[in-house]
Design a protein. Structure first.
Length: 277
């Protein structure tokens, strides 16, 4: 069962869109054929929940509204004539509320999951979620023989920011740094806050040469913003790239990147050190 669930989670969005539309068409057809004698309204929940879980809550809301509209149309053409049209619309509103309930529930659950995965202050991923993501990417890297890069970043002299301007200002700087990194990396890359002023970045399918270009560009963009705002900080970075299958665990890989980052700090700071395995 676990393997089935994991396989479903890996399915692409187009797959779920096709499946959701197909299920909605089937339910609509059955509802139309059976008319008011046999209600199929509860089965509209299947595509609604599917779209909400696989894509997002906004799509789930749209499908719930479409389902309520379909149900209203079938009710109007199939049910005995009501004394007033208000009855139809009242029933449709009740059905819409019924359809929206699981969407709201799933959105709240997803929001709670997102909060559990992220660092509250910066919006970056937290350490536990980063470790889980890195493990999945490492497994995929070994299976498909793709390269795999991890970078550790420490903000040099960040204590000066907190001591000079206060912790609230320091928190603002941390958020600005995370936003800057997000802007200058790919959407497939992952950044996590793993310490007070330390961050880890996961760059899947990035070989050593490409990683050098990407990390160097990221550091330059960070320094541009720091100089522009006259924030007295720099960045010490350790980078490890796996170009072939390895026996190293995620903890080993993160540990190597961490040691390389501290090696940079111990020898002058504001630099990048690379390693390839």
């Amino acid at each position: 069962m676990t393997k089935i669930i994991l396989s479903l989670e890996k399915a692409s969005k187009p797959f779920w869109i096709i499946m959701g539309i197909l299920l909605l068409v089937i339910v609509t057809f059955l509802d139309f054929v059976t008319g008011v004698e046999l209600s199929f309204s509860i089965f509209y929940l299947i595509p609604i929940i599917l779209f909400t879980w696989a894509i997002n809550g906004n799509v789930g809301i749209a499908i719930a509204c479409i389902s309520a509209g379909i149900w209203l149309f079938i009710e109007v053409i199939s049910a005995p004539q009501q004394s007033t049209s208000f009855v139809y619309f009242w029933n449709a509103i009740i059905r819409l509320g019924f359809f929206l309930f699981p969407v709201i529930l799933l959105r709240n659950l997803e929001r709670e999951k997102e909060h559990a995965r992220t660092d509250f202050l910066t919006g970056a991923m937290n350490t536990r979620s980063f470790h889980d993501t890195a493990q999945r990417e490492l497994d995929r890297s070994i299976r498909y023989k793709h390269p795999f890069t991890v970078a550790f970043i420490d903000i040099d002299n960040f204590k000066v920011i907190n001591d000079t301007f206060g912790h609230i200002f320091g928190d603002m700087v941390l958020r600005a740094i995370v936003q800057n990194i997000h802007r200058n990396l790919r959407k497939t890359d992952t950044i996590a806050r793993v310490g007070g002023d330390e961050f880890a970045i996961l760059l899947p399918e990035l070989d050593a040469d490409t990683a050098r270009v990407a990390i160097s560009k990221m550091q330059n963009k960070l320094m541009e913003e720091m100089l522009k705002n006259k924030w007295p900080v720099t960045f010490s970075i350790g980078v490890i790239t796996l170009n072939s299958p390895t026996d190293l665990s995620v903890d080993n890989i993160l540990g190597i990147a961490d040691k390389m980052m501290y090696s940079v700090k111990n020898y002058g700071k504001n630099d990048i050190k690379y390693a390839t395995y």
